[in-house]
Design a protein around this ligand. Structure first.
Ligand code: SF4
Ligand code: ZN
Ligand code: ZN
Length: 318
């Protein structure tokens, strides 16, 4: 039986890319240390005054919330706010909201819920159907806008999201394959854009399995049922299959891919694809075009660009 590298007791967890066996207690410690190290190394807190953690209720973001709350001081974070977007998906969103509220309460973390129906008057399924787009493509845009707008309106220095290594590696391969280099650059561990809080992925060096094992060991509650719209595109599935096979042959393959992609982004993509940021002429948020994608989406689906109104409502004390 393998022994824990840190205490010599029986080891039940293997971190394959690090060739490391650990007992449950030291596996938890290892995961938390890795997250703290990632946050510090990439300057993810943006100064750390007020950090917004985007929490969907799933295992990744709930674990991120747990670790950020537990290791806040080592990360250099003064205050944490858990922010959840209730998407208005029947049979799913209210359960997710309740799980997030309850867990934030038990950790003593301030919780803010942004309800799509209250903000836009419609839930995600209707918004997507009016836009004639798959729910996931609209969802990403809307959640990003609302959480960023909330973070800007409340003076947050950073937004933490629960993207992990498996997500990042899969999306990186997909973006490389389809040649979407701007999207690829957005997969960096910490993205800095003028006028916005740092967008950070503190779990980016941890695989999905490690996070699930951590959640079980640390008793992190989370929604078991996935969102009913969850699906992967053909390219994403193929990329995932390729990465799994590569990882079997070469443990640590995803981490190597992450590090190579970072070199590509910082050395070749960013210097060429220089972003010219301007302000959205409707809502004033930093945007790559004269009207931001949220204002364009809401104008097309609801007959009115909603960015400015949303920002004003989020600036009110909650
Ligand atoms: Fe949004 Fe799609 Fe995730 Fe559901 S599965 S929460 S619609 S991105
Ligand atoms: Zn141990
Ligand atoms: Zn706008």
């Amino acid at each position: 039986m393998a022994k824990c590298r840190r205490c010599g007791r029986e080891a039940g967890y293997r971190v394959s890319y690090a060739k490391l066996w650990l007992c449950g207690e030291h596996f938890k410690e290892y995961v938390e240390e890795r997250v703290v190290e990632t946050v510090v190394r990439h300057g993810m807190t943006g100064g750390g005054g007020r950090v917004v953690v985007a929490v969907s209720g799933g295992v990744d973001s709930m674990s991120l919330l747990a670790i950020t709350a537990k290791r806040r001081v080592e990360m250099g974070v003064e205050k944490i706010v858990g922010v959840h977007v209730n998407l208005g998906i029947e049979g799913y969103s209210d359960l997710a909201e309740a799980a997030v509220r309850e867990y934030c309460g038990s950790l003593g973390v301030e919780c803010t819920v942004l309800r799509l129906r209250d903000i836009l008057g419609v839930g995600l399924p209707e918004l997507a159907s009016r836009a004639g787009r798959p729910p996931c493509s609209v969802c990403g845009l809307v959640k990003r806008y609302l959480i960023t707008a909330y973070a800007v309106a409340t003076g947050a220095s950073a937004v933490f999201t629960g993207h992990h290594l498996d997500d990042a590696a899969r999306y990186m391969l997909k973006d490389l394959y389809v040649g979407d280099f701007k999207s690829l650059a957005g997969l960096k561990p910490a993205v800095r854009e003028p006028g916005l809080p740092v967008k950070a992925k503190p779990l980016i060096t941890l695989g999905k399995k490690d996070i699930e094992a951590y959640a079980e060991l640390a008793g992190v509650p989370h929604l078991e049922a996935p969102c009913p719209f969850k699906h992967s595109t053909g390219v994403e599935e193929a990329a995932e299959g390729f990465l799994k096979a590569l990882e079997r042959e070469h443990p640590g393959a995803r981490l190597i891919l992450l590090s190579s992609m970072l070199k590509l982004i910082e050395g070749y993509i960013e210097p060429v694809e220089k972003e010219t940021y301007r302000r959205c002429s409707v809502c004033g948020m930093p945007s790559r075009s004269s009207v931001c994608s949220f204002c364009r989406l809401t104008e097309r689906t609801l007959g009115e660009p909603m960015g400015g109104r949303v920002l004003r409502s989020l600036s009110q004390p909650v």
